[in-house]
Design a binder for this molecule. Structure first.
Ligand code: DX5
Ligand code: ZN
Length: 218
């Protein structure tokens, strides 16, 4: 069974608690929280104070995706605010190891991610120690973009490495995930489907959550 991680970037920020509750009540185990600084990506979104305010309202796994320059500066704050998983971009720091160490020091899960143009092999030295690898299937920065099918080989490579070396990381994809591509992603090895607009802009949000949760690997 896939895990759906609704991206709250597509929620109504004036009613964040209500919208989070809606997807969690419908069965979403994770909430995907997109943090952008206007530098690493051309958009600004959520800071640690929002994560802190949301924390007491939900038992969901807070899956915090940092799209910020030098994320090592803010890992402690997001961990203290209540993140359960912190994901950093390999392009955003010269200290990938420091980032994963800092995240793990808080007893939470560490994940790495990469932009579409970055080769997946960059993650290789860290595969034996991370809890999750996130494959970006759009250019990070905005919700509602078109899925890039040519990112699928990255998922297949990660799945193969995992099997060959007995690694335990989860594979997550983020960007343009919808009811048409979810199945082939899960078949390729994806465990966690981030879905923003296809959940929050759906006519029936609960039905959309159930749909993604029910996608099984062949
Ligand atoms: C993009 C973000 C995504 C985004 C996904 O930079 O990382 O999480 O919200 O939104 P959709 O599912 O609409 O592509
Ligand atoms: Zn994201």
């Amino acid at each position: 069974m896939a895990i759906v991680a609704p991206s709250i970037l597509s929620a109504d920020f004036a009613n964040l608690e209500r919208d989070c509750k809606k997807v969690v009540d419908a069965g979403a185990a994770y909430l995907h929280i997109d943090v952008m600084d206007g530098m690493f990506v051309p958009n600004i979104t959520i800071g640690p104070c929002v994560v802190k305010s949301l924390r007491p309202t939900s038992n969901a796994v807070f899956d915090v995706h940092l799209m910020i320059e030098q994320p090592e500066r803010y890992i402690d704050e997001f961990a203290k605010a209540g993140a359960d998983i912190i994901t950093v971009h390999v392009e955003s720091t010269e200290n990938i190891q420091l980032c994963t160490d800092k995240i793990k020091a808080h007893g939470i899960r560490a994940a790495l991610t990469l932009k579409p143009g970055t080769p997946i092999e960059v993650t290789d030295p860290y595969l034996n120690q991370v809890d999750m690898i996130l494959v970006m299937t759009v250019e990070p920065g905005f919700g509602g973009q078109k899925f890039m099918p040519d990112m699928l080989p990255k998922v297949e490579w990660l799945d193969k490495q995992r099997t060959n070396h007995n690694y335990s990381y989860l594979i997550e994809v983020d960007g343009g995930v919808n009811s048409e591509n979810a199945r082939c992603l899960v078949d390729a090895g994806v465990d966690v489907l981030v879905a923003g607009s296809s959940v929050f802009c759906a006519k029936d949000i609960a039905q959309a959550v159930e749909f993604f949760n029910d996608v099984n690997r062949k």
